[in-house]
Design a protein around this ligand. Structure first.
Ligand SMILES: NS(=O)(=O)c1cccc(F)c1F
Ligand SMILES: [Zn+2]
Length: 258
């Protein structure tokens, strides 16, 4: 049986097949703003996305993922805490069974109902797969989702959910602009971490935005109609697909803002 988020295959069991789960730079973490170090040397994030690189939306059995063409530099992240240029590969979400949980990172113990991850890979390597296991291989931008007004920019994704309800389903998605999912203010916290799903590689420069974006409770409910299970199997709602915060183990969290 492969990894998941249930008691018998979830985050407490991942260490059995992925011993790095107990490593020194695991993610997510609880971000404590009062303990973050303001670093005046941190640059503003430079995110430039080309909607024409958007390919499709997929239920991969763990999350809903939007995948991008990464054969050119046209959707990319530069500056911020990183050096060089990182290409956008995909974005996906983590969410809860109810609005009081669902994010992976927490802020002084506060859980948000969901968290968006925009995954970028370092073009000093030849591909995402090669970069994914290198200490400076990936840069993931995390954005919290907070219950509030309806978010029209999410609706295009939600409208595709009925066609990708079960594991392994995908459908094309044209001209989606991920920058519409970014908050107005790009103040961020940054720290050295890992993938939050197996194989849990310690290869991620995490960049977590301080400002959340909004989602309505009805839109949040739409995420919970997705399934972990494949067509024909017993229906298993895709909810609580988040790893809880991991030990900081002496790491410093830097802030781009005072
Ligand atoms: N949750 S996550 O952003 O850490 C993540 C998950 C799967 C593949 C990745 F490349 C990745 F970055
Ligand atoms: Zn993620």
């Amino acid at each position: 049986m492969s990894w998941g988020y249930k008691p018998n295959n979830g985050p407490q069991k991942w260490v059995e097949n992925f011993p790095i789960a107990d490593g020194v730079r695991q993610s997510p973490i609880d971000i404590v703003p009062g303990q973050a170090s303001y670093d005046a040397g941190l640059k503003p994030l430079a995110l430039k996305y080309d909607p024409s690189t958007c390919l499709d939306i997929l239920n991969n059995g763990h999350s809903v993922q939007v995948t991008f063409a990464d054969d050119t530099d046209s959707s990319r992240l530069t500056d911020g805490p990183i050096s060089g240029l990182y290409r956008l590969k995909q974005f996906h979400f983590h969410w809860g069974a109810s609005d009081n949980k669902g994010s992976e990172h927490t802020v002084a113990g506060t859980k948000y109902p969901a968290e968006l991850h925009l995954v970028h890979w370092n073009t000093k390597y030849a591909s995402f797969s090669e970069a994914a296991s290198k200490p400076d291989g990936l840069a993931v931008v995390g954005v919290f989702l907070k219950i509030g007004g309806e978010n029209p920019n999410l609706q295009k994704l939600l409208d595709a959910f009925d066609t990708i309800q079960s594991k392994g389903k995908q459908t094309s998605l044209a001209n989606f602009d991920p920058s519409t999912l970014l908050p107005g203010c790009l103040d961020y916290w940054t720290y050295d971490g890992s993938l939050t799903t197996p194989p849990l590689y310690e290869s991620v420069t995490w960049i977590v935005c301080k400002e959340p974006i909004s989602i309505s409770s009805a839109q949040m409910a739409k995420f919970r109609t997705l399934l972990f299970s494949a067509d024909g199997a017993a229906q298993d709602c895709m909810v609580d697909n988040y790893r809880p915060p991991q030990p900081l183990k002496g790491r410093t969290v830097r802030a781009s803002f005072k």
